[in-house]
Design a binder for this molecule. Structure first.
Ligand code: PSU
Ligand code: MN
Length: 295
């Protein structure tokens, strides 16, 4: 049901550094034809930092951990025809042989099974704006509370209610570590977020906090790295969310809808920033994984 690529299995067996990557952003996160580059570049940066990449997706009835370039291309080419696979969707994708592009939550579930401790992504899901009227809370959060994995992301996606998401992470007992920053990055924007409860300055510090957290019997952690280049997309987010409401877009479709809107309206700037932050986060996840492996 779950199948690890030989390279990933060997690295895990020998206590080496492995970084999981998700496929939702490959299939649903970018304009058609651009997802493959994102996936390959994230893998390249993980290797360059000395770790083994393990991109996760559901393919031909199996949760696969570690994909070939041809397999990554299948996710990129599928676009919207790939199912967005959160934790609740894995079983249906496996049983029905549906191509499942795993979200952060779906990827975390695979990490728990495979014994992978590190994951790199763009921005995690969280508490959506307007949650008082419609209780939309990403399954990324619940899974982070269960899986013993450190995620590197540029904070939480700013299309969410960022403050409510930070509160929810506290409720779930998930440490949020600012990477050389005292405020939570806002995905496309580095500054202006709420204060983080702790800051780390080096990969080995992040690894030692993770080790302590796991030794205390706890689960997930978030290491929040600000994007190198920033863009203020707040007005676009508000317009996109209003559009989504007007068109009746809800549930799993909201995040890709809003990202596509922003990508269209910023004439390539948000795509460039999003690609870069995903690759940089993957590289940092690999640095922390290496520091942890060499402890
Ligand atoms: N980060 C990106 N692009 C994305 C996502 C994250 O840069 O497309 C995806 C992740 O897979 C995340 C998901 O798990 O969006 C959250 O979706 P939702 O809010 O529906 O749970
Ligand atoms: Mn949701």
């Amino acid at each position: 049901m779950i199948e690890l690529a030989p390279e990933v299995r060997d690295a895990l067996d020998s206590g080496g550094a492995v970084v999981a990557l998700e496929t939702t952003l490959v299939a649903h996160g970018f304009p058609a034809g651009e997802g493959l580059d994102v996936a390959l570049e994230a893998e390249r940066r993980v290797r360059e930092a000395g770790a083994v990449p393990a991109t996760v997706g559901v393919l031909e009835g199996r949760v696969r951990v570690g994909l070939s370039a041809d397999e990554l291309e299948r996710f990129a080419a599928a676009g919207d025809s790939a199912r967005k696979a959160g934790p609740r969707d894995l079983a249906v994708c496996v049983a029905e042989g549906v191509l499942g592009a795993t979200t952060v939550g779906g990827t975390l579930a695979a990490c728990s099974l495979a014994g992978i401790r590190f994951l790199g992504t763009g921005g995690i899901g969280g508490v959506h704006r307007g949650f008082a009227e419609r209780a939309d809370v990403s399954a990324d959060l619940g899974e982070l509370a269960r899986a013993g994995v450190l995620i590197v992301s540029s904070g939480v996606k700013s299309l969410l209610d960022v403050d409510a998401t930070l509160e929810a992470l506290e409720t779930l007992g998930v440490p949020v570590l600012g990477w050389q920053t005292e405020t939570l990055p806002l995905f496309y924007t580095a500054a202006g977020g709420p204060p983080v409860p702790a800051t780390v300055a080096t990969a080995s510090k992040a690894a030692s906090v993770a080790l302590a957290h796991w030794s205390l019997g706890r689960a997930g952690l978030l290491l929040a790295r600000p994007p190198t280049e920033s863009l203020d997309v707040e007005p676009l987010i508000e317009a996109a969310l209003a559009d989504a409401r007007a068109q009746g877009v809800s549930g799993q479709a909201v995040t890709p809808f809003v990202l596509a809107h922003i990508h269209r309206e910023t004439a390539g700037a948000s795509v460039r920033i999003n690609k870069r932050l995903i690759a940089d986060n993957a590289a940092l996840a690999a640095e922390v994984a290496c520091a942890y492996a060499g402890r």
